[in-house]
Structures are given as C-alpha cells and as structure tokens.
Design a binder for this molecule. Structure first.
Ligand code: 3EB
Length: 339
C-alpha cells in the first residue's frame, strides 16, 4: 500500500473525502483524526469507526456528500461533555456543537449560550485561544420579528465576546453560512498558543462595520495565523466581494468571484508581512467555496481553477451567504513552508 503521508510538515491537515472513501481514510488516520464534518443534502450512513460526524445540510457540487476531515500530526484524545464533542492533543483542540432554535430572536439567545459555553470551556482548559470558528444555520437571510437571522446571530455572538472580555481585535477567523435545514451547527479550532490576527487592507475590519449591517458587528478577523509546529498555518475567513464595507459587483457572479480571489490574495500578502511564507497554491492551499445559486457552481469553480490551478483541496457547496447581495463566499487554509 502507498505510504500514507498527508502531513509532511503540517501541524493540522485537512482533506475533503467522498463518502465511499471515508471509512478507509479514517482507518488510515487512526488516532490522528480531530474532526469530521459532513456536508450534503442527505445524511450519510454512520461511520464504521463510530467517529462522530457533525452534519451540515448543504448540497455539494458534483456529488451527494463530502466529508471535511481534520487530522493532527500527533495522536489526539477524544472529548465529550453535554455541550460538545471534540478531540485534542497538547496544543490544539477541535470542538463540535449543534443547537436547535426556533426563530431569529431565539437564534441570538442560542448563539450567546453556545459561545458562552465555548468560552467557558476554553478558559477552563489548556486551549484559551480561539483560532477559527465555522457557523452554519438554516435560512440565514430570513427576517423574523423585524430582524434578519444573520444579524440576530451576530448580536448573540457579539454579546458573548463582551461578557467574556474577549477583545474584538482578537476575534477568530470565521465564516457564517446558510444551510438548508437542521440546527445551528458550530465547530471550532482552539489552541494553547495565541494566533496572530490578520486584517485585509482592502476591507474594513468586520468588527468595525457600521450599523447598516446590523445592530452588533460580526466578531471575526479576516484571517488567523497559527505558528504551531515547524510551519505556520493561515486560516482565512469566509471572504466575499466586499471592498471597504460595501458589497461590490452585486449583479455579476464572475466579477464577485474575481474580487473575492483578489481579497484572498490580499490577506495572504498581509500575512506575508506578518511572518507567513506561503507554500504556494498547488500544495499549500485548501479551499471551500459557497455559492448561493446552483447555476453558478460551475462558473465559480472554473474561475478558481483558472486563477490558481490544481489546488491541494477544493470543494464547492451550495449555501446562502449572509448578505443578500453576495453570490458567493470563499474560505481557505494556507500552509506555510518551514522557515
Ligand atoms: C463579510 O466579509 C462576509 O459573520 O462570521 C465572512 C466571514 C462573513 C465570517 C461571520 C461573515 C462572517 O462580511 C461575510
């Protein structure tokens, strides 16, 4: 059998695995598996390994489902309590949570409760630093009780940051997308070591967005740079066609895709100024694109491929974006070369 070496010098690695390959992949990874998230419109069968799967109801371009699998270069220990399941080693921890909610207002309360639970957990344990958070919930653009679900979510999340004295400038990288059903689903990566927050010079920091985007600004950084191990890892937040704080090219998926990729490049360049040596698009980048309209899935994928060629990992999902005029959002993980 071929030598299994996804890690090279990566402290955490990420792979997108098809349903028919997932059991074999997890068996190979053994006690290095930190987190498994399934994306698809129908839930797949339970895994042979029994590893818990956090499920996000979003159609996947070109297949029924895909698994996002995070692995560590060191063995991890599984964790579970009434709030979350997770896995960690001495430096890094992945946590997975989900919670039902019934309305936009309830979503705010639920986000506050969940984030408070996360911060409690982080403060108690050996991973006080929140590096990256993924947020998914259905009907993200629905307006209920006079407020959009996304904005209401941002209010509850912001309140948790305030209550736990988390400075917005130290916010994790993040994304927030609309799934097609199910609960609020959150997973996160936390670390023993603080990350370095990266902002995009082309964009207003999200935590300084003006009130026109909601009563409380979203608490995320454009990227976080984690310096664990031999080579740093750059976690780039969901990135969209925004300049300053304005959506640009609302009518054109092609121009929105190009602007989004320009923003990602700007974040990588900024990280370079703060010590990151990018290993390059071919081996050093995993990318997850979210596209609002099914008919745009291929054009977004084609532009990404034309710009950056054969990426290490690329998955394209259909999901709603948190601003109604945004047609897509792209997140990325970049690995650095050892310095
Ligand atoms: C933006 O730049 C687009 O609320 O956690 C991107 C990444 C976006 C994260 C979040 C929202 C979030 O404002 C939307």
């Amino acid at each position: 059998m071929r030598e299994f070496n996804i890690h090279q010098n990566k402290t955490v690695a990420l792979k997108y695995i098809a349903p028919e390959a997932i059991d074999a992949y997890l068996a190979q990874c053994g006690d290095r598996v930190m987190c498994v998230v399934g994306f698809g419109s129908s839930r797949c069968a339970a895994l042979k390994s029994g590893f818990p799967v956090l499920w996000v109801d979003t159609p996947v371009s070109g297949c029924d489902a895909v698994y996002e699998v995070w692995t560590s270069d060191k063995p991890v220990t599984r964790y579970s309590d009434e709030l979350m399941t997770g896995a960690g080693n001495e430096d890094l921890f992945f946590g997975c949570l989900s919670a039902r909610f019934v309305s936009a207002v309830d979503l705010s309360e639920t986000a506050l409760r969940i984030y408070s639970g996360i911060f409690d957990f982080l403060q108690r344990g050996s991973y006080p630093n929140l590096l990256r958070v993924w947020n998914y919930f259905p009907d993200i653009n629905a307006v209920e009780g006079g407020i959009e679900r996304y904005r209401s979510f941002s209010v509850g999340r912001h309140e948790a940051f305030v209550r736990y004295n988390r400075k917005v400038e130290d916010s994790p990288s993040a994304c927030a997308l609309g799934s097609h059903g199910g609960p609020l689903v959150i997973y996160f990566l936390a670390s023993r070591f603080p990350g370095v927050q990266i902002e995009n010079p082309r964009q207003t920091s999200a935590y300084h967005y003006p009130k026109q985007y909601g009563p409380r600004s979203p608490t995320f950084s454009r990227a976080t740079l984690a310096f664990q191990g031999d080579a740093p890892t750059l976690f780039i937040s969901g990135t969209a066609s925004i300049l300053g704080h304005d959506t640009v090219h609302p009518e054109s998926v092609i121009l929105q895709t190009r602007e989004t990729l320009a923003n990602i490049r700007a974040v990588i360049d900024q990280a370079g100024k703060q010590g990151f040596k990018f290993a390059g698009f071919g081996t050093g980048m995993a990318l997850k694109a979210y596209v609002r309209h099914t008919e745009h899935l291929n054009v977004v994928r084609d532009i990404i491929r034309a710009e950056w060629g054969g990426l290490h990992e690329l998955v394209v999902l259909q999901a709603d974006i948190c601003r109604t005029d945004l047609l897509l959002e792209v997140e990325a993980v970049c690995w650095g070369s050892a310095s």
